[in-house]
Design a protein around this ligand. Structure first.
Ligand code: SF4
Length: 375
């Protein structure tokens, strides 16, 4: 009953007859990248299309891959998965073990086709159950469908692949088109892939929970990328334990979007057909915690960045700096503290700012009076 009321409330926030935008692993992973943001939690929980909302607010996100990058990525993925996943299974075994060398053509590759996401989810769960019951061989599940309950509604998720090892372990495989050079790839991209894979691990845990005994789900996923700009695959095992626990916590918190929604003014609506001023008011009614990391993870980043800068929020300068400044949350507040006009001098952040301001003043005096101007 409570779930129905919440669904109704969230539908009103989206606008009349606006279908919810389904949550995917990328969106869920991005939630974990900024767990404190109520704005994102509410908009994602309500199924608001944030890219369209950003357009309507006049701050388009510019997200998305070029057609060329998509085609290249798809071709690479097809190559890695060719021949019933023989090369992919070889890479997984090379990184994680869990069974003898896979023999080409002998791995199980269950057919996962079914009608609709619910049908595909059920088909995937059956294939995983069968693989668990009949361990001893490699099983390669290509584009399985998993479901995760998010704020009372199922989110359907499609990993690139899941491998069941002969020893019974389940491993998530992510195939990305960014290069792995000399065995390592861009840390930010690997981090995003790890957060995405963590969502799949959580969804696999839901399937495993119904099995007796529950299978072991690998806390290390396998990331496959092009090797040194070629189209040959290179693989790396990535530990996602931290990402799994952060995402689990964040998803649990998402169920509290009811509280966020209840705190909104009457009539708040994110329907993108409404005038930009109304939408701005609606968006600003939900507290946000902007950080530069949002630029790589959230469609509303340009809007939130403009607002954070206009408000002089120090968070727009980075989370690290924000953490060091303690209770000083605005640039004006920081300057006032540095010049002795505000703040408790016993506060280490205030003391450090005053010392820095003194050093700066001394340096400027020195430059004016003694030192030659060097350029
Ligand atoms: S861009 Fe805005 S809405 Fe998105 S996560 Fe950052 S602060 Fe939240």
């Amino acid at each position: 009953m409570r779930g129905t009321a919440l669904r109704h409330q969230l539908a009103e926030l989206r606008g009349a007859d606006v279908p919810p935008r389904p949550l995917d692993a990328r969106a869920l992973a991005a939630l974990a990248a900024n767990p404190g943001c109520r704005r994102r939690a509410l908009l994602d929980g309500a199924g608001v299309d944030k890219a369209k909302l950003a357009d309507a607010l006049g701050s388009p996100s510019g997200f998305g891959q070029s057609q060329f990058a998509l085609t290249r990525g798809n071709a690479f993925e097809a190559k890695v998965k060719a021949d019933g996943g023989t090369e992919l299974l070889r890479l997984v075994r090379e990184r994680l073990g869990g069974g003898p060398e896979p023999v080409p053509g002998e791995a199980r590759t269950p057919d996962l086709t079914a009608a609709g996401p619910e049908g595909r989810t059920a088909r995937t769960a059956l294939a995983l159950r069968e693989a668990a019951a009949d361990a001893g061989a490699w099983t390669f599940l290509e584009h399985p469908m998993l479901a995760l309950d998010v704020a009372g509604t199922p989110a359907f998720l499609e990993p690139d692949a899941v491998v069941v090892h002969p020893d019974g372990t389940w491993t998530v495989v992510e195939i990305k088109s960014f290069p792995m050079i000399d065995g390592s790839a861009d840390a930010a991209k690997v981090g995003a892939a790890a957060r995405q894979a963590a969502v799949y691990v959580l969804a696999l845990e839901r399937v495993a929970a119904h099995l007796d005994p529950p299978p072991r789900i690998g806390h290390r996923i396998v990331l496959v990328c092009p090797k040194d700009f070629s189209n040959l695959p290179a693989a790396s095992a990535v530990d996602v334990r931290k990402q799994v626990s952060v995402t689990r916590r964040q998803l649990d918190r998402l169920t509290r979007i009811e509280d966020i929604a209840n705190a909104l003014p009457e009539g708040t609506c994110f329907d993108v057909t409404h005038p930009a001023e109304e939408l701005t008011e609606a968006v600003e009614a939900v507290p946000a915690t902007y950080a530069p990391e949002c630029l790589a993870a959230c469609e509303l980043a340009f809007h939130c960045r403009d607002r954070a800068r206009a408000a002089g929020a120090v968070t727009s300068l980075g989370r690290g700096l924000r953490a060091e400044l303690g209770g000083l949350t605005t640039v004006d507040g920081v300057l006032a503290a540095a010049h002795g006009q505000a703040g408790d001098p016993r506060d280490p952040a205030v003391a450090a700012l005053r010392r820095a301001a003194e050093l700066r003043a001394e340096a400027l005096d020195f430059q004016k009076g003694v030192a030659p101007v060097c350029r």
